[in-house]
Ligand binder design. Structure first.
Ligand code: HEM
Ligand code: HEM
Length: 212
């Protein structure tokens, strides 16, 4: 057994899943105070993930996500396990990072034209806010398609005999390979907590007060 995912990557993934589910339903239902607060938490989480992509464990590194197309195709055909994201999975991860950031940043510039407006709306023109709103409503559908592909891909690996979910829960995979360099996950959680406090202090007070 080799430790492949540190505590933060594992927590990050499942917090991301819960966060996106809450944001999807609160957006659709128009529960915008909840939507804004969870949006800010997710923003802090994603910024932490990027920072961890620079200073974190080997398998968290953003630099390990870029591969030659040749290796991506080879990974799709391969039947063996890989330490960290394989080159095909890395492409999916990069796509998620872009899609989630587009959703977050467009949300910050979106208004419901009634009561709520993202904190960046005040700094941009009405036309730009309209475009951001269109992107926010369109990009969510692309994100949902990406999530569906992601889950089908994970299931296909399972059929090939590779369980990717277990390592993301326990941190360890079933093969013995050279151990990647791991960093302590709590360092990332401390950065996350700090960012949560900063983002909620700057932008979150109104929706937070409305919620509690
Ligand atoms: C809202 C839905 C989801 C999103 C946005 C999402 C996003 C992601 C991201 C960004 C990563 C890369 C983690 C990192 O390096 O930071 C990842 C990896 C992974 N996800 Fe998800 N995920 C979702 C749902 C799920 C579900 C429901 C499952 C389980 C069935 C799952 C299983 C996995 C696994 C096993 C990996 C690791 C893949 C590997 O070994 O390379 N994901 N996901
Ligand atoms: C990944 C994060 C996010 C997701 C998945 C998400 C998802 C959604 C969804 C599904 C809707 C409903 C769209 C529709 O009516 O068809 C929505 C609406 C909205 N979101 Fe987000 N959102 C996110 C982040 C944010 C953030 C950070 C903000 C601002 C702080 C924000 C502000 C808004 C506003 C103002 C609306 C209402 C737009 C309208 O009335 O048409 N969102 N969001």
């Amino acid at each position: 057994m080799t430790k492949v995912w540190d505590g933060f990557i594992r927590g990050f993934h499942w917090l991301l899943v819960v966060g996106i589910a809450v944001l999807y339903f609160s957006g659709e239902e128009g529960w915008l105070d909840l939507h804004f607060v969870v949006g800010y938490l997710l923003l802090a989480l994603m910024i932490t993930r990027v920072i961890w992509g620079v200073i974190g464990s080997d398998t968290a590194k953003l630099s390990s996500l870029f591969h030659h197309p040749k290796h991506i195709f080879a990974a799709l055909k391969s039947k063996s396990s890989h330490t960290g994201h394989n080159p095909a999975g890395s492409l999916m991860v990069l796509a998620f990072f872009v899609l989630v950031f587009v959703q977050l940043v467009s949300g910050l510039m979106t208004t419901d034209d009634i009561l709520m407006e993202g904190p960046l709306v005040a700094y941009i023109s009405y036309e730009l806010a309209e475009i951001a709103g269109d992107i926010h409503r369109l990009n969510i559908d692309i994100l949902l398609v990406a999530i569906a592909i992601h889950i089908v891909a994970i299931m296909m690996y399972r059929v090939k005999g590779i369980n990717l979910v277990k390592p993301l829960l326990t941190g360890k995979n079933d093969i013995d390979t050279a151990a990647p360099r791991m960093k302590k996950g709590w360092i990332a959680y401390a950065i996350f907590l700090l960012l949560v406090v900063v983002v909620l202090y700057i932008w979150g007070q109104e929706p937070l007060n409305a919620l509690i």
